[in-house]
Ligand binder design. Structure first.
Ligand SMILES: Nc1nc2c(ncn2[C@@H]2O[C@H](COP(=O)(O)OP(=O)(O)OP(=O)(O)O)[C@@H](O)[C@H]2O)c(=O)[nH]1
Ligand SMILES: [Mg+2]
Length: 449
């Protein structure tokens, strides 16, 4: 097959030891040969590395190492050349410019991975896992992403699809031999338990995926409370860093202050906010609006109260405002006594200033969000929202099929729902699905990937 030849810089441009420029396509060797002074790359064996110089006419641009990969056993499935140059901004830009002059086209975001997908080297879930590997910040994230790249998601989906195909073939057989009187009843009786079994499997996958999603995306956590209760002090003591300004003045924090708390492999994306109260101060008002917006998008609210004084109307308003959210009520300043008693909900006593009670707070977050057994068990968890959404859709289609069975609908009607579940699962791996989906997914990748 013929592919136009694309070029991209695979590393970050800046002061660094080396940069890698990747070229992929049918003319990769011929084009690089035009600017490479060294061996004739087109005659070199696959998976070999060669020393030489990149030249612009007679001018040496850089001393480089060039790796040669022959199709089809390459990342993209096409001829690939990787040029390792010295780091910096000038050299890689100049070399890319020369490659373009000699016939390459600048790659779009994610185009190398897209080609790998289109040429059948990887499926969609593996391509997405590559992006997850790149952005992993914790060992758990890396472990999950690596399993995805290794093909564990593909395998899991493949197994589900096989069970579905098995059901479809049973239906088809009965549609083909309708001479038996009780075909409909018989097919329904066979299908029902199998559909139920599959729905149960998908439910377990969905249940476990909430831990997977948390590992991958973290927990959006908003620290909320009236002014001066110690929200910023809590942020600082969780991060073990003086990130937010702390003073005894009410209304110190105006803007959102963010930080990441790594809780044994799970990241809490913390947001400290302006203390919420009625105020005429224009700047403070904007801060309070920002706090309320952050609250809407939060997975978890740490509602901070000041134990050194009894509850005020502002605290009660905030208890009301956050009651539908997953929240932890945090009773701060326990070192100054305990003047607040909440009867209807658990309160974690802490002193942010003296770092007291933070272990209990940590334990409560884990209790609410993290299934420790899943973290320890070495099993595949779905983590990507797109995949999780597709599993839900497949489950809904099977639930429709089950209902149709129970209502003794004709089997070909039931088959439509069952086929839908097969197709939706295929969108996870890219076996089914539109070109638009593929385009959108890869355009989110970085350049040179
Ligand atoms: N005694 C005691 N004082 C604390 C504790 N935590 C915070 N403070 C004090 O309470 C005051 C307010 O703390 P901040 O962390 O700025 O409070 P805040 O909720 O962020 O306040 P705003 O940003 O104004 O809404 C400061 O003087 C802190 O030193 C604590 O655990 N014990
Ligand atoms: Mg503050």
């Amino acid at each position: 097959m013929l592919y136009d030849t694309i070029v991209g810089i695979a590393t970050i441009q800046g002061i660094s030891a080396i940069n890698v420029i990747r070229v992929s396509g049918s003319d990769a060797f011929a084009i690089v040969n035009k600017i490479f002074k060294g061996k004739d790359l087109a005659t070199m064996e696959s998976h070999t590395v060669h020393y030489g110089h990149i030249v612009d006419n007679e001018n040496i641009i850089d001393e480089v190492l060039v790796s040669v990969f022959w199709e089809p056993k390459t990342f993209t499935g096409e001829n690939v050349v990787e040029i390792s140059t010295h780091g910096g901004v000038m050299i890689p830009s100049k070399i890319v410019e020369l490659l373009i002059t000699n016939g390459c086209r600048m790659a779009e975001n994610g185009e190398f991975s897209k080609r790998a997908f289109l040429n059948g080297r990887i499926d969609l879930s593996q391509a997405e896992s590559i992006m997850d590997i790149i952005s992993a910040q914790t060992e758990q994230q890396l472990r999950l992403a690596n399993r995805g790249l290794h093909g564990d998601i593909k395998k899991m989906i493949g197994e589900l699809q096989t069970s579905i195909l098995d059901m479809i073939s049973k239906i088809e057989v009965n549609i083909d031999y309708p001479e038996y009187d009780d075909t409909l009843v018989m097919t329904n009786n066979i299908l029902r338990p199998e559909i139920k079994k599959l729905i149960a499997k998908l439910s377990v996958i969905l249940h476990n995926s909430s831990t997977g999603k948390i590992i991958r995306d973290g927990i959006k956590t908003v620290i909320l409370g009236k002014p001066n209760v110690g929200k910023s002090s809590l942020l600082n003591s969780l991060l073990k860093e003086d990130k937010a300004i702390v003073t005894e003045v009410s209304g110190t924090t105006r803007d959102l202050v963010e930080g990441e708390w790594n809780l044994g492999g799970v990241i809490l994306n913390l947001v400290d906010t302006a203390g919420i109260r009625n105020t005429d101060d224009v700047v403070e008002k904007i801060g309070i609006e920002k706090a309320k917006t952050a609250l809407e998008g939060a997975d978890l609210v740490l509602l901070v109260l000041d134990q050194s004084q009894s509850l005020t109307a502002e605290d009660i308003d905030l208890l009301e405002l956050t009651k539908k959210k997953i929240r932890i009520i945090v009773g701060n300043k326990i070192d100054l006594g305990k003047h607040v008693n909440i009867k209807f909900e658990k309160m974690i006593d802490i002193s942010a200033k003296n770092s007291i009670g933070l272990d209990q707070l940590e334990a409560e977050v884990k209790r609410l969000f993290i299934d420790e057994s899943l973290l320890k068990e070495n099993q595949m968890l779905l983590a990507n929202s797109r995949h999780i959404g597709k599993i839900s859709e497949a489950k809904a289609a099977l639930e429709d099929a089950l209902k149709a069975c129970e209502n003794q609908f004709p089997v070909d009607i039931i088959e439509i729902d069952i086929r839908k579940s097969w197709e939706v699962l295929g969108e996870i791996t890219g076996e089914t699905g539109s070109e638009a989906l593929i385009h959108t997914l890869f355009s989110r990748f970085c350049l040179g990937k």
